[in-house]
Write a protein that binds this ligand. Sequence first.
Ligand SMILES: [Zn+2]
Length: 237
Amino acid sequence: MTDFTTGETIQGMLLETCRDDGISRPRVRVLWDQIPSDWRVEFPRKIREEYNLGSRFRADIKVCQKHNKDGTTKGQRYLRADTKSINHIKDFIPSTTVKAVSRKGSADGRTYDYLGQDNHIGLLAKLRDDALTVITESKITQNISTQHSRNEKIKSYVRQRALGICECCLNPAPFISRSGRPYLEVHHVQQLSEGGEDSIYNAVAICPNCHAEVTVGVKANEINQQLLDKLRQIEIT
Ligand SMILES: [Zn+2]
């Protein structure tokens, strides 16, 4: 565990809005295992209420400590996000549409209702539709810019389908990337250069280890064949 000094600022920390058992109001937690998970994060209430639960932000945070009049420390150390440095990560879509809504008339103004629902299925369906329209588009135009957006739509869908788990070895993604998403690489089972198509029927989200193995490993062909079989089961045409 890294040692932090009171007053120190840690730059560009990845944060996520969340809900804690026993606390009504939405909280923010730090997505970095070097920070003790019980350290509270001071974060503007307006932003916590504005975005769906699970939204991610980057911000500079300061290590703080309250003191008694006699100079002794009071309570646990905590973190404070520098409001001006807070950046919402737009390309990370939480898998829920749950929002914290302050309950009107509650005595302390700290009681919240959570409205909405787990949205993984809905989100996946939308991203799949987007990814599928692209196949039709690609037959019409073939310039570089549409090719790029096509890749992105397919990648977005495939990553959402994987939900942070490697579709090859089934282990969790090895780390969270700077974009706030679990890091998985999108691999075309039949290589594009060998006539494989850029579509959801030919793309998997896998960890860097598996990606290396399916590219240069001695069992590459065998594993790619297994991935193709798996894809045929998941993505019924
Ligand atoms: Zn893997």
